[in-house]
Design a binder for this molecule. Structure first.
Ligand SMILES: Cc1cc2nc3c(=O)[nH]c(=O)nc-3n(C[C@H](O)[C@H](O)[C@H](O)COP(=O)(O)OP(=O)(O)OC[C@H]3O[C@@H](n4cnc5c(N)ncnc54)[C@H](O)[C@@H]3O)c2cc1C
Length: 393
């Protein structure tokens, strides 16, 4: 693939990973990123399967020094009936590598050459040149490429060429995402102890919350990442920053007392409000264009697989390019594999969303056997690394 020119629109997780993949396959790459700032400031928690993390380190996408917090188990909690104490419902084997989104981006970005990554360069349009090659137009002119990778997120301009009719489907509920300084857990040794070895899912009627530790910006430090899902209507006129009292009130109403206190005291952490939505693209490549990450498809966050999918997209691109042959053939191989995976994850996210938010079970009546049976029914024969032990016979 030496001599192949690839332009990437977007320089976030998917954009950096695709640039590394293309570079490793011998192509000449240019990344066009709209933002002029350091994207690491977007830092929240994300998790990925440990085997994928190992594959990315072995493959040269990530340095072994990128910090993660590996935990082996998932603990299911709820508020005990008729009280405010916490009740453990079940424990499942569910190994995850918890990451700080910002540190992950920085690690990937560090492997994309300075002259390759053009920040502060919004792409105004993507199209076809008269030569049949792909064309990217920015404020400082036009460039032709053999392949253009749309890694420009869920509002992708590149997707308009590949799948113009695709529109996000709102799920009808919200996710509040944040990180909380760890000293908030000083007065809560029980939850801290639990979080050292597990990630926590806290079920309540009409939603759930997820808590896990991630690496902080200072080496060796930790932050508490959390996401709260609820179908409560968005408060009138609510905008960023998230109205603190809204999440606090939800936690106060539904969480065990100590977890509600953690959320209430985490007010000074980083927060964002995401209306949950998803979409599938019928085919993620139309030569000479291809889509990656959120530009290609968005799954509801219950699968914890948006960044995972973007990283797997990159591994797939490298394989497809290394297999040789014409560009159209490489893109066909990529599209065959990644279109199916995007569709699978969107369907899985919808099923998990129904089970975890839209039609929640009566959590306080459940124990390990019921959580196991309910998990199996929610997966409906599919697989998710978040439900590791549920797959075992
Ligand atoms: C609550 C929540 C929890 C999540 N948890 C997990 C998890 O545990 N595990 C996981 O794997 N995933 C998780 N995700 C999903 C994950 O965060 C995203 O899928 C991932 O960050 C998407 O990366 P991306 O690079 O595809 O898109 P983005 O990060 O959106 O990047 C797109 C980039 O393109 C740039 N851009 C856009 N338009 C242009 C243009 N015209 N010109 C130039 N540049 C442009 C933007 O500036 C941006 O930098 C979660 C998501 C949410 C909402």
């Amino acid at each position: 693939m030496t001599g192949l020119r690839i332009g990437v629109v977007g320089g976030s997780i998917a954009g950096c990973a695709m640039a590394i993949a293309a570079g490793r396959a011998g192509a000449e790459v240019t990344v066009h990123e709209r933002s002029d700032g350091a994207l690491q400031e977007r830092g929240f928690g994300i998790v990925m399967p440990p085997p994928l993390h190992r594959e990315l380190v072995a493959g040269g996408y990530l340095g072994a020094d990128m910090p993660t917090v590996p935990v082996a188990d998932r603990v299911w909690l709820t508020r005990a009936s008729g009280g405010r104490s916490s009740r453990e419902l079940a424990r499942q084997r569910s190994p995850v590598a918890a990451c700080n989104w910002g540190l992950l981006w920085r690690a990937l970005r560090g492997r994309v050459g300075k002259d390759v990554y053009r920040r502060g360069t919004p792409v105004e349009s993507v199209g076809r040149a008269s030569s049949g090659r792909a064309l990217i137009r920015t404020g400082d002119g036009e460039r032709e490429y053999d392949i253009v990778v749309g890694a420009d997120g869920h509002r992708s301009v590149t997707r308009a060429l590949v799948a113009p009719d695709v529109r996000p489907m709102p799920a009808g509920y919200l996710a509040w995402r944040g990180t909380i300084p760890l000293d908030v857990l000083r007065d809560h040794p029980g939850p801290l102890e639990l979080l050292r070895t597990s990630w926590v899912t806290l079920g309540f009627s009409g939603g759930h919350a997820v808590f896990y530790l991630i690496p902080g910006p200072v080496p060796g430090s930790r932050l508490l990442a959390h996401v709260v899902y609820g179908s409560a209507p968005r408060p009138a006129g609510a905008r960023e920053p998230v109205p603190v009292e809204y999440v606090r009130d939800l936690a106060e109403e539904h969480f065990p007392a100590e977890w509600a206190d953690i959320v209430a005291r985490g007010e000074h952490g980083t927060r964002a409000l995401h209306p949950v939505a998803d979409f599938v693209t019928p085919r993620v490549a139309e030569p000479p264009f291809l889509l990656a990450g959120d530009a290609a498809s968005v799954t509801r966050p219950h699968t914890a697989s948006g960044a995972v999918k973007a990283l797997q997209d990159a591994l797939c691109l490298e394989r497809a390019l290394r297999a040789g042959g014409p560009v159209a053939e490489a893109l066909r191989r990529y599209a065959d594999e990644r279109t199916a995976e995007g569709a699978r994850l969107v369907e899985l996210g919808r099923r998990l969303g129904r089970a975890l938010v839209e039609r929640t079970p009566d959590w306080p009546t459940m124990g390990p056997a019921e959580v196991e049976a309910w998990s199996r029914a929610s997966l409906n024969g599919d697989r998710s690394y978040l439900y590791g032990s549920v797959h075992r016979p």
